[in-house]
Ligand binder design. Structure first.
Ligand code: G6P
Length: 613
């Protein structure tokens, strides 16, 4: 979604800003822009489309000296919410005096009445955005102190914001603030970088400060001073990022998605390592903050998330009920937050979010805390808002996931959920032996996934038989049902083939009407309970001319008979095999999309982190 970069220091601001925006490209956007200070004026350059367009446009419009001016600037990648992705709607936006420039993530909900009021006193607006209204409001509040003007303006707005503001009247500083939209400040040596996402900072420094909601900071090249919106100083610790700049590069792969698929043996290893205790037949997840009594008295587990994280939650639902004998349910976070959910202190609410910033999941966390539930999170991004607000949970340690379509975060989410289920199970009904067996299955996951990845070239060959399809159905049962949903999501996200995931038994209740000769059915038919029934459903599809691509267990000749094509994954426990199965589907989606020439890492209309409702 939208991205912010701000820079103040000894380097050439335009280059730093453009490089920072490039690091944010993976989040998804449709236009970009930047502003720098040039003496007593603000210079702006904007462009629809890619950051490369912005770079070229700036090079053509500005002198080489300006393009390399040392100093202060702010920049933005926009994912359109108010008005189409045109140059005029792109950020930064100026105030009426054209001395103040603003970049903004989030939504100002009451921008219409503010705009009407400002128009009534002579303000003229060029764009359709809520952001330009906020820029004008700051200008209107500015009586010679930019910091105070931003505070006063923010007191008048409703909604969410992560902002960076500069003024030609007060060079040498940037004001930045947040409410509901992340801001990280990188503290360098004689330079400070502001960003909405740490990936724009890693090239400069590992030392960062995360703003909390309603924090506002005065940033110079050598200092960061944080206050609240009432001008009361607040202290925020400097944290270490711990992200390797090289991890944000493609490392020889054609796409980040392929690189991240291949990283899974390692990312899963990082999620699992040190968290299994074979003597106790359990897992060690101290971050969950549960006591033996909490586990014994547990009433229910509620898993909330969006998109791929929601699908991970669905696998978790099976795991908690099977392993821990506890009632578990999964809810789409946007629904949960508005449904007035019934919760109590014996209910665990587990918020699942790769980014830790998804607006609906964050709101679900706040609702669950409000209701007194035992709330924890499962995030990948360390220090993200959801991780911090829950204060309890488990990090995935999957490393930065750049591809918009989530792969390694999903498999790590499932692995951690399995370990959580093991821990709960051991606290409730699982024997030492049962716990030990399951722990050993979990420990083997990275190796199982490695064996699937070795089949990438073969899956690329298979993809040639399917890449021209217009529709595809993914079917599965039990824990393979969410894998079918996730496989369909991956295919549609990156290849734009219309794909649906269904419970294998559900197909005949409607979708079967759409089957024609050659319609692809991707069937999760591993050798786990329910396989025979799934094979029956496959027969129904074959009888109607569908082409069947099976995900089966290695050596299962019976299942192979039912398939036109198949990918075999190593034998394992039903819950564990969801992970190698989904990796096979990730590779399938990748190779299909590659054959179709799609823009795999940044699919159209999608954003990596959705910070609006
Ligand atoms: C966006 C992304 C998805 C992701 C979802 C939830 O829609 O495109 O890949 O699954 O957000 O993101 P989260 O960061 O909360 O896991």
């Amino acid at each position: 979604m939208c991205g912010i970069v701000g820079y103040i220091g000894k380097a050439d601001a335009t280059s730093v800003l453009i490089n920072g925006l490039r690091r944010l490209e993976y989040r998804g956007y449709d236009s970009a822009g930047l502003a720098i200070l040039d003496g007593d004026r603000v210079l702006i350059s904007k462009s629809p489309g890619k950051v490369a367009n912005l770079k070229e446009q700036t090079r053509l419009a500005w002198s080489p000296e300006l393009c390399h001016r040392v100093g202060t600037g702010i920049a933005h990648t926009r994912w359109a919410t108010h008005g189409p992705p045109t140059e005029v709607n792109a950020h930064p936006h100026l105030d009426q005096s054209e001395d103040i420039a603003l970049v903004h993530n989030g939504i100002i909900e009451n921008y219409r009445p503010i705009r009407a009021r400002l128009e009534g006193i002579g303000h003229h607006f060029y764009s359709e955005t809520d952001t330009e209204v906020l820029a004008h409001l700051i200008g209107e509040c500015d009586k010679g102190d930019l910091f105070q003007a931003v505070c006063d303006a923010l007191h008048q707005v409703k909604g969410t914001f992560g902002i960076a503001v500069l003024s030609a009247r007060e060079p040498g500083k940037i004001i930045t603030a947040r409410r509901g939209s992340p801001i990280v400040i990188g503290v360098g040596d004689g330079e400070t970088i502001i960003a909405s996402d740490a990936s724009a900072i890693v090239a400069h420094t590992q030392r960062v400060v995360y703003l909390d909601d309603n924090d506002i900071a005065i940033v110079t090249a050598d200092s960061v001073e944080i206050r609240d919106l009432n001008n009361v100083p607040v202290t925020r610790e400097i944290a270490e990022l711990g992200i390797d700049a090289a991890a944000a590069e493609k490392g020889g792969f054609g796409h980040f998605m392929l690189k991240e698929i291949h990283e899974q043996p390692e990312s899963l290893g990082n999620a699992i390592r040190g968290r299994l205790d074979m003597d106790l037949g359990s897992s060690v997840l101290a971050g969950m903050g549960t006591s033996p009594r909490d586990l014994a008295e547990l009433n229910r587990v509620v898993l909330v998330g969006c998109g791929t994280s929601l699908h991970a939650g669905l696998v978790g639902e099976y795991a908690f009920e099977d392993m821990a004998d506890v009632h578990a349910e999964v809810e789409q976070a946007a629904e949960f937050r508005y449904r007035n959910p019934l919760l109590g202190s014996r209910d665990f609410v587990i918020a699942i979010s790769q980014s830790g910033e998804t607006a609906d999941t964050l709101a679900a966390v706040r609702e669950a805390k409000q209701k007194g539930a035992f709330v924890m999170s499962l995030c990948n991004v360390v220090g993200s808002t959801i991780a911090r607000e829950t204060g309890r949970g488990v990090y995935l340690h999957a490393g930065p996931e750049i591809s918009v379509a989530s792969t390694k975060a999903f498999t790590s989410q499932v692995a951690v959920l399995l370990m959580m289920a093991l821990k709960l199970g051991r606290g409730r009904r699982l024997s030492l032996d049962e716990g030990n067996r399951f722990a050993k299955e979990i420990e083997a996951i990275p190796a199982l996934v490695g064996r699937v990845i070795l089949q990438s070239a073969r899956i690329a060959e298979l993809a040639k038989e399917y890449y021209q399809a217009q529709h595809a159905f993914f079917i599965g049962r039990g824990p393979m049902y969410p894998v079918a949903l996730e496989g369909a999501l991956k295919l549609k996200e990156i290849s734009y083939i219309h794909a649906e995931g269904y419970h294998a038994a559900e197909l005949k209740h409607g979708p079967i009407a759409l089957l024609e000769k050659g319609t692809p059915i991707i069937a999760l038919a591993c050798d786990i309970p329910g396989k025979d029934k799934t094979l029956g459903n496959i027969e129904e599809c074959r009888a109607r001319g569908a082409r069947i691509l099976g995900i089966i267990t290695e050596g299962d000749d019976e299942a192979a008979e039912y398939m036109d094509d198949y990918i075999a994954i190593p034998r394992s426990n039903a819950l564990v095999s969801t992970i190698p199965a989904v990796v096979a589907l990730q590779l399938f989606a990748y190779h299909v999309a590659n054959l179709r020439g799609c823009e795999i890492d940044q699919p159209r209309n999608l954003a990596k982190s959705v910070t609006v409702e």
